[in-house]
Design a binder for this molecule. Structure first.
Ligand code: ARG
Length: 472
């Protein structure tokens, strides 16, 4: 692309006072952020209304100008929401578009709104308000997913499935227990988002471009009007840090990793060799060549989108890492990753919630695999410890020999005869058979946080109360 020459006489109305000519076309293109930051319009208007009311209260602008500004901003909000607002790329971003429109709508008084304010404190304020709202919405979306998981966990508190380590059958667990593991992870995700929301809740407005202002403003008043806990304490910090966005992206990336791990499990569970769960047509697609196929595309995309979420975090970290204080235009690149992360996460949460509601476990296949791989070997070793007082290490060794024997006879531990067992350890009695089935195994895991069905049912109720604030 050949850069065009500066156009004549089109200097920016908001800051073009010292410019003789307008920007090259490519300058406008690289400089404008309107298409992205349009999404801040509601926050921008809310911030301006708070600022305007404060300017009036402090007698920095007249009441009549203040009223005109507030009325004009109300009209602009309606124009944007009804899709008739004349967005103009020449005005760079949402802030300048609203200001330019305000002067068309109310005339000269519009020029007083930006008294004691800079776009630097304005954008930091708007963006914080936006992220705060996004966190509130995301919190509800994650809670909905927790609700869906808890409902399935209640249904399947006693449904036996194999628990894995190294993706090898380890010990039997219940499907409900497995699902509640994700409820805990998502609970911490919500906690991280809540922390972020709490920490970001200080108002940058009134920090000016970087140094504060000489006007007798009341920052506590604007902070309060916008629901911030207090004004930020340092003007340079207020306009130049985006750690709130980084913290948010980090929390979202971690949540995305949780969803991705779950998506990966769904992919494994629906695969033919496993067949642990069934997803309906609603969350699968077919193959254009193989008519029998039913592919878990939604889960695969959730798994992939975690990569994209991680990318938003690393991308913004890289933008920020070399910036001297205070504001630099680099920071305009803060919004695309945050908006993208929110859109991506919203979609992933909806898809995963839908799949959780939709999934039907195949109890027979789960149980069959749970019974394989000598999954109750630990129960056998524990029996030797409990009934004949063997040290666990020795019991582990004896159990290993019994497993080897069962393997040689091609049978399960519960199918070994008492005689076979006694050849290896003569103190074994028939009561050992009480601990070798998968049902007995899970029922015995009653330690706090363990997989026993009674625990799982109780844990589901507790989770409902803890995370959703309600009893069923
Ligand atoms: N569009 C800009 C951004 O998002 C607004 C702040 C512009 N400030 C400035 N000093 N040029 O960062």
């Amino acid at each position: 692309m050949t850069p065009k020459r500066r156009k004549q006489n089109t200097a920016n109305a908001a800051w073009g006072g010292r410019f003789a000519a307008g920007p090259a076309a490519v300058m406008q293109q690289i400089n404008a952020s309107l298409e992205v930051d349009k999404r801040l319009y509601a926050q921008d208007i809310a911030g301006s209304l708070a600022h305007c009311a404060m300017l009036v209260r402090k007698r920095i602008i007249s009441r009549s100008d203040g009223n005109a500004i507030a009325r004009g901003l109300g009209r602009i909000r309606r124009e944007i929401e009804s899709g008739i607002f004349p967005f103009r790329i020449e005005h760079e971003d949402i802030h300048l578009n609203i200001e330019a429109r305000l002067s068309e709508v109310i005339g000269k008084a519009a020029g007083r709104l930006h008294t004691a304010r800079s776009r630097n404190d304005q954008v930091a304020t708007d963006f914080k308000l936006w992220v705060r709202d996004a966190i509130a919405t995301m919190d509800r979306q994650i809670a909905a997913l927790q609700g869906a998981l808890i409902t399935q966990a209640e249904r399947h508190a006693a449904t036996v499935m194999p628990g894995f380590t190294h993706l090898q059958v380890g010990q039997p667990v219940t499907f409900g227990h497995h699902l509640l593991a994700y409820v805990e992870m998502l609970g911490r995700d919500r906690g991280r988002l809540a922390d972020c929301s709490k920490r970001l809740n200080e108002s940058p407005l009134g920090s000016g471009a970087l140094a504060g202002t000489s006007f007798p403003i009341d920052r506590a008043m604007t902070a309060k009007a916008m629901g911030f806990d207090r004004p930020t304490a340092n003007s340079l910090d207020a306009v130049s840090d985006r750690d709130f966005a980084l913290e948010f992206l980090s929390a979202v990336a971690i949540a995305g990793v949780h969803l991705s791990r779950f998506a990966e499990e769904i992919i494994i569970w629906v695969s033919e060799p496993f067949r642990f769960i069934k997803l309906s047509d609603a969350y699968t697609t077919g193959s254009s060549m193989m008519p029998q196929k039913r592919n878990p595309d939604a889960a695969e995309l959730v798994r992939a989108k975690a990569g994209r979420l991680i990318g938003t975090l690393t991308g913004l970290l890289a933008v920020m890492k070399g910036l001297p204080l205070a504001y630099a235009k680099d920071m305009q690149e803060d919004k695309p990753p945050v908006f993208d992360a929110v859109d991506t996460m919203t979609l992933c949460l909806a898809a995963v919630t839908g799949m959780v509601q939709d999934m039907k476990p195949d109890k027979a296949s789960m149980k069959k695999v749970a019974m394989s791989g000598f999954s109750t070997a630990t129960d056998l070793a524990d029996w030797l410890v409990r009934k004949i007082g063997m040290p666990f290490r020795e019991a582990h060794h004896v159990t290993g020999a019994l497993v080897a024997r069962a393997e040689a006879l091609n049978c399960m531990l519960s199918e070994l005869s008492i005689e076979e067992m006694r050849k290896i350890e003569k103190r074994i009695t028939p009561s050992i058979f009480k601990v070798l089935t998968v049902e007995q195994s899970v029922e015995s895991r009653t330690s706090f946080g363990g997989t026993a069905p009674v625990n799982v049912a109780r844990a589901a109720t507790a989770a409902r109360k803890r995370f959703l604030g309600k009893v069923k």
